[in-house]
Design a protein around this ligand. Structure first.
Ligand code: KIV
Length: 267
């Protein structure tokens, strides 16, 4: 069994230049496989709403759903740092609610850290959660909970003014006490500048190679999500054909009576 990692190990990786690996997981079996493979952090993303529940976006995901999935992931993992996403409406309304919900993800879910979307606008909330000793990961750029403001999932920070704002956002998140920062859907050069400007590790998704680490959605890298495949996703394996073939074989063998055979039956 690998040693349990902590946020201090993650912070040291920025200093040493070792790239940080992060994948999303929503259940016990995937968390186990990732943990055994040596992943540094597992994100229980609110992307569960899209890739597991089949919603069009992440907005309908609830606190109770996040706690349920976080518990399953925590049970499957013994070494990775587990980050749980704070779903839409769990931290935007007021600080008291944000602190309570962050606390629930740690107390009931077993997460080591929480992630919330936003920059300067959410810095006070990050500081309030960090002040109760819950480690926070920030998330700026293409923030899926802002889909309606952004008018879709679009690359952010291509215009100078937007890029300046994202740099200010990154600094505000770091100053508020976050221990890491997800940069999603921004130009590589801007991600390079942000990574150089902040002391905390940056974890990129669609943000190029200069980030301190990378995160991807597990269903995307395994070819389990056919609905939509953004440019930044690389398919490291394609398991849907294997799954379809297994299910097809099962149906055929039950129908033609070759399953169950004597070796699967009791005397
Ligand atoms: O919900 C999620 O999976 C995320 C990552 C894509 C960064 O926020």
């Amino acid at each position: 069994m690998n040693k349990q990692k902590s946020i201090l190990d993650i912070q040291k990786m920025k200093e040493s230049g070792e790239k940080i690996t992060v994948l999303t997981a929503y259940d016990y079996p995937f968390a186990r496989l990732m943990d055994q493979a040596g992943i540094d952090m597992i994100l229980v993303g609110d992307s569960v709403g899209s890739v597991v529940a089949g919603y069009d976006n992440t907005l309908p995901v609830t606190m109770d759903e996040m706690i349920y999935h976080t518990r399953a992931v925590v049970r499957g993992s013994s070494s990775a740092v587990i980050i749980a996403d704070m779903p839409f409406l769990s931290y935007q309304v007021d600080l008291r609610e944000a602190r309570l919900n962050a606390g629930r993800l740690v107390k009931e879910g077993g997460a080591h850290a929480v992630k919330l979307e936003g920059g300067e606008n959410i810095a006070a909330t990050i500081a309030a959660i960090v002040a109760m000793d819950v480690p926070v990961v920030g998330h700026i750029g293409l923030t899926p909970q802002s889909i309606h403001r952004m008018g879709g999932y679009r690359v952010q920070g291509r215009q100078d003014e937007q890029a300046r704002q994202l740099l200010a956002d990154a600094q505000a998140v770091a100053e508020a006490g976050a221990f890491a920062l997800v940069l999603e859907g921004i130009p590589s050069e801007l991600a390079r500048q942000i990574t150089a400007a902040v002391s905390i590790p940056t974890i990129g998704i669609g943000a190029g190679v200069h980030c301190d680490g990378q995160v991807l959605v597990i269903h995307d890298i395994l070819g389990l999500c056919e609905k939509y495949s953004p440019k930044f996703v690389k398919r490291f394996a394609d398991v849907s054909d294997t799954i379809s073939q297994g299910i097809g074989d099962y149906i055929r063998e039950v129908k033609d009576g070759t399953f169950p055979g004597p070796e699967h039956s009791f005397k």
